[in-house]
Ligand binder design. Structure first.
Ligand SMILES: Nc1nc2c(ncn2[C@@H]2O[C@H](COP(=O)(O)OP(=O)(O)OP(=O)(O)O)[C@@H](O)[C@H]2O)c(=O)[nH]1
Ligand SMILES: [Mg+2]
Length: 441
């Protein structure tokens, strides 16, 4: 599984950007640095240094920041260096060519995940923590992100699977011990089945509770609706901070639904701009309006926009057309042009984005619909899959009459846990089996 050699790879995408990062790990890091920079880094560990990188012919490849981490105080536990070249994919390709031209035996491009693998093999991280790093990068929801960060920073013991692993080690120890040493076989068998049933019941309960939590959405969907020309698209563009929707003085400018995801104060929203309501809609406009109506069932909150020209009949029509309960805010637009004497929220296109978002109370709307306090997770999605796999043993074990077969199935579960956590528990089991014995037995 473990391939030797000093490995290198970019750790940022190879696209035009302010910087591109390369990481090198292995015993020849100092040698590589010496050849690249003509300096000895052995005393300069964990310090960012601005240096020149030299090509083989002595010309300068780049002038950039380099940091060297001395083993074992690095991500992989080996000597590591990170090079932050200017963010040109061309310089990156020159650097990769240079790595080859250095002719250092064993210096090679890293395989996928090889840095993390080395960090696990060198006991810098547990397998679970290494997996958590990957999940953190790929997480789509804040609740999962918080859970995976906890595993990474605090270790395996915070995983919801850890107590279950304990249970299964105990159960397996008890079964193995009882096979050889218990006198009342029937009583013993019943006791083991009862404990197994409790174990699976607990797994089922946890699965049910956490699966729905993971599936619970964490995006707040907000739809902007209103009569034509009131300034819906203007508000939409301001909220999403882009000029996505066309804004003109022509009534019926927006015809299709537009949507955009944004994060405000760490809260995720999907904002929808819609075709305006009016009695004489064009064919395409009508089509778009219908699409918005259909989607309204899935919307958390509506911003209903009106201006001085909006009639009550227009508003009533909107309430008829869309699936709205009490989940709306009435907003009066163009307050620079019209004066209102109502208590409704008033906006105009001269407000800056920050003030606008405050005025329409976007973060508060999120809290109302998405209660993120309830989102504390005990498992991540991988662990939920694992739990489902474990539950496939339930029927076989609870229906089995032969204690030896039950023991074997328990052994399989234990192996699955070992695989999940990245270690084999033989010692754990032996310790418990024998510590449960009476002296002399
Ligand atoms: N004075 C003033 N004009 C505004 C304001 N907001 C929008 N407008 C103007 O009103 C017109 C319509 O704006 P839009 O944002 O396209 O309105 P809409 O509701 O999306 O219109 P439809 O897509 O046709 O339904 C444009 O000419 C805007 O420049 C505002 O706050 N003040
Ligand atoms: Mg519009």
């Amino acid at each position: 599984m473990f391939n030797t050699g000093t490995i290198y790879s970019n750790f940022t995408p190879l696209v035009k950007s302010p910087v591109i990062g390369y990481r090198i790990s292995g015993e020849d890091v100092l040698l590589v640095l010496k050849k690249l920079t003509k300096r000895n880094f052995s005393k300069d560990h964990s310090i960012m240094k601005l240096v020149e990188l030299h090509n083989i012919d002595g010309t300068i490849l780049d002038k950039c920041n380099v940091v060297y981490f001395k083993s074992p105080n690095s991500f992989t536990g080996e000597d590591v260096c990170e090079i932050f070249i200017h963010g040109s994919p061309l310089i990156a390709s020159q650097l990769e060519q240079l790595f080859k031209d250095l002719n250092i035996p064993g210096l090679r491009l890293a395989q996928r995940g090889e840095f993390s693998l080395r960090s696990v093999l060198n006991n810098k991280y547990s397998l679970k923590q290494a997996k958590a790093i990957n999940l953190i990068i790929n997480n789509e929801s804040f609740s999962s992100l918080e859970y995976d960060k906890k595993i990474l920073f605090e270790g395996d013991s915070v995983s919801g699977l850890d107590p279950l692993r304990e249970d299964i080690v105990n159960l397996f120890s008890e079964i193995t011990a009882s096979i050889d040493f218990v006198d009342d076989e029937v009583f013993n068998f019943k006791k083991i089945i009862k404990k197994s049933r409790n174990f699976f019941n607990n797994c089922n309960k946890l699965l049910l509770k956490n699966r729905t939590k993971i599936e619970q959405k964490n995006i707040c969907r907000v739809m902007i609706i209103g009569p034509v020309n009131v300034g819906k698209s203007t508000l939409f563009n301001k909220i999403i901070d882009k000029n996505r929707a066309i804004v003109t003085e022509i009534k019926g400018t927006t015809r299709d639904i537009l949507s955009n995801q944004i994060i405000v104060d760490g809260k995720k929203f999907e904002i929808f701009d819609t075709a305006g309501q009016r009695s004489k809609q064009g064919r395409i406009e009508k089509f778009g309006y219908k699409k918005a109506q259909k989607l309204s069932k899935e919307i958390d909150h509506f911003f209903i926009l009106k201006d001085k020209k909006t009639k009550n009949t227009d508003l009533n029509q909107l309430f008829k057309d869309f699936d709205i309960n009490k989940n709306f805010t009435l907003i009066e637009t163009k307050s620079d042009q019209f004066s209102y004497n109502t208590k409704n929220i008033k906006i105009n296109h001269n407000l800056n984005r920050e003030d606008l978002i405050k005025r329409i109370k976007l973060p508060r709307i999120y809290n109302k619909y998405i209660d993120h306090r309830n989102h504390k997770l005990e498992f991540n999605s991988n662990e939920i899959e694992f739990l489902e796999k474990i539950l496939e043993y339930e029927r076989d074990i609870l229906n089995e009459k032969d204690i030896l077969i039950i023991a074997q199935l328990m052994r399989n579960i234990l192996d699955d846990f070992s695989y999940e956590f990245g270690y084999i528990n033989n010692e754990d089991v032996y310790d418990r089996v024998f510590s449960n014995f009476c002296i002399g037995k």
